[in-house]
Design a protein around this ligand. Sequence first.
Ligand code: FRU
Length: 487
Amino acid sequence: MEKDKLKSARLYESIYSREISPAERPVFHLSTLVGWLNDPNGFSVYKGEYHLFYQYHPYNTNWGPMHWGHAKSKDLLHWQWLPAALAPDQEYDNAGCFSGSAIELPDGRHLLLYTGVQSIADAVGREVTRQIQCAALGNGVDYQKYEKNPVLDEEDLPRGGSSVDFRDPKLWREPDGSYRAVAANMTEDGSAAVRLFRSEDGLHWVFDRTLVRCENRIGKMWECPDYFALDGQQVLIVSPMEMEAQGLSFHNGCSTVSMLGQENQEGEFVWERVDSLDYGLDFYAPQTLLTQDGRRILIAWMQRQESCRCQPPGAKWFGQMTLPRELSIRDGRLIQTPIRELERLRKATLHWSGEISGSFTIPGVQGRVTDLTLRLQLGAYHHFTIQVAADDKVHTDIIHNSAKHTVTIDRTFSGFRFDILHRRSCEVHSGAVELRLILDRFSVEVFVNGGEQVLTSTLYTDQSAQGIRFVCDGTAKVELEQHFLEV
Ligand code: FRU
């Protein structure tokens, strides 16, 4: 009975994924093999290859009892799906295998650490849930749940820590070979704390300390924490729920923030600045890994909870990951740039420079799978708009407002059939602006000024909308470089 759930998921995905042709998917962004995908999980290097798991409900395109889907890659761009890795098939995870992380153990096994959600009937028959941390061990394809699960439960939490909201362990190895993990935990004030745990072997875990408490200052429950050192700073990334907007930041109710800071003498993390990690419409629950050549790479669920109803009619799959991004710190702020491996997909390049005014097209500039950079000399205009994925009916707009110093993404006319908000903006520095747009059939990611800000949005318009056009209410001096990418 227990094994059957994983077997059924593997059988189901092997049959129904065949109904989705490669042309119906993004080219280099990982999408779900079939059904539904949310958070990236277990982003790790195992036996020299990148492995990425994901929150997965194979049976339809909506969130449901969580499994772990699985894929691997040599370059973070070409992904090979592997059979589903985990199914909610034990008493302690009967309501779902929620998010978690992975690492290669010195003995060659791949360790997964995930949140088991257990549903239990209380004394009067009401359903209550509890979230516990569990391990599974495998060989890169097949995983066995650890016989002594859970490895962490409510007994390990300090007073006031909720047993209902205790999830998303992210683990790493310390230089001395021991392990640490951070996990999200709701606190007695209805907001959250990041708890830090330690282990000698990855399987026996104890509570170490509370790293930082939200105290209702940045949203409420903090989902999917990730914590690492980068260029001399400590970085904490969390996805707070019920976030309140401030200026142009934190507009998605389920938002994602980066915090830069340091640990104090008590080992508590003290943040010095908090920023939106992405200013677009679709970005949540990121996870990072450290590559063998020392780069910190981030990947996120390219969707947000509030717009999940925006599926294209008749969708056979729903859910994709962002392009992996390299993280660094420049002038005290977190910078994100597309992974350099993307350059290997370039097959032809077009250069153009000149003045743009009114409605404008450039011969040859078009396409839905492309890497397009525009350098705008601050000129005599208020609005400079790039329309991508455009035809007579639809277009997705990226707008530079040179008076307000903002960049906006607007997908009002991107074919969505739900009247939800379709516009988001971020502040950019004054002066010349560089916009790098990565398009991959069903998404656009806009990297502003070398990755100071990013705006990410999915778009599910027909692939026949290949146009790229420009509209300027004055005159803009533009240098353009378009790389056509391998399909
Ligand atoms: C974030 C999240 C996680 C949880 C998972 C469940 O999107 O809610 O906190 O582990 O998704 O699918």
